[in-house]
Design a protein around this ligand. Structure first.
Ligand SMILES: Nc1ncnc2c1ncn2[C@@H]1O[C@H](COP(=O)(O)OP(=O)(O)O)[C@@H](O)[C@H]1O
Ligand SMILES: O=C(O)C1=C[C@@H](OP(=O)(O)O)[C@@H](O)[C@H](O)C1
Ligand SMILES: [Mg+2]
Length: 173
């Protein structure tokens, strides 16, 4: 069965929802930010302190690794959509869910300590959303609005995934 890939803005709930999904359907969970930190023995702020390009190159290597897996729940970092190559790896064996949470809601909840792109304040999120929304939409197999209870978001994803994978199974794909 394909991986479930979660994309969306920083703080939209990818990591939280990813963990909830994995628990519910007993898939292994991979948070790509954590995977990357372990692979390169460095924190995200440390990698960014070299340069954003340096971090993005490492992120692409991790996407390549994910392309060889299946039956996983994978939460990505918010900038994964910036390179088409990343998304080709992830979509190779994954269904992509765009977790669409209004920026006003994100701002109320977000911890910025480990998010170098927000060092000048959470309001940078509005600019990032302007740059990125069309890319999230472009790569999404499904768009899930996250302005409701987290368990309802989780269950919607499970239902769409089950239908999609069930249909593929019946058609012999
Ligand atoms: N529907 C929701 N209801 C309540 N809190 C939410 C909801 N969606 C996201 N959050 C909260 O937003 C914060 C950021 O979520 P996180 O999973 O770290 O996002 P991401 O991995 O996308 O950056 C967390 O504290 C999470 O619990
Ligand atoms: O949006 C981005 O460019 C980033 C998002 C972060 O992940 P989250 O989306 O989990 O915060 C992390 O990968 C890095 O700080 C860059
Ligand atoms: Mg996260």
């Amino acid at each position: 069965m394909k991986n479930i890939i979660l994309i969306g803005m920083m703080g939209c709930g990818k990591s939280t929802i990813g963990r909830m999904l994995a628990e519910r359907i007993s898939y292994q969970y991979i948070d790509m930010d954590t995977y990357l930190e372990n692979k390169y023995h460095s924190t995200i702020p440390e990698l960014f302190s070299v340069s954003e390009l340096y971090f993005r190159d490492k992120e692409t290597e991790c996407c390549k690794d994910m392309g060889h897996t299946d039956n996983k729940i994978i939460s990505t970092g918010g900038g994964v959509i910036l390179r088409e190559e990343n998304m080709l790896y992830l979509k190779n064996n994954g269904l992509v869910f765009f977790i669409d949470r209004p920026v006003e809601m994100i701002i109320n909840e977000l911890n910025t300590d480990h998010r170098p792109l927000l060092k000048d304040g959470v309001f940078k999120l509005y600019d990032l959303e302007k740059e990125r929304r069309s890319l999230y939409e472009k790569y999404a197999d499904f768009i899930i609005r996250n302005d409701q209870l987290l368990i309802d978001v989780r269950d919607k994803i499970i239902s769409l995934y089950g239908k999609s994978e069930g249909a593929n199974h019946e058609s012999g794909r």
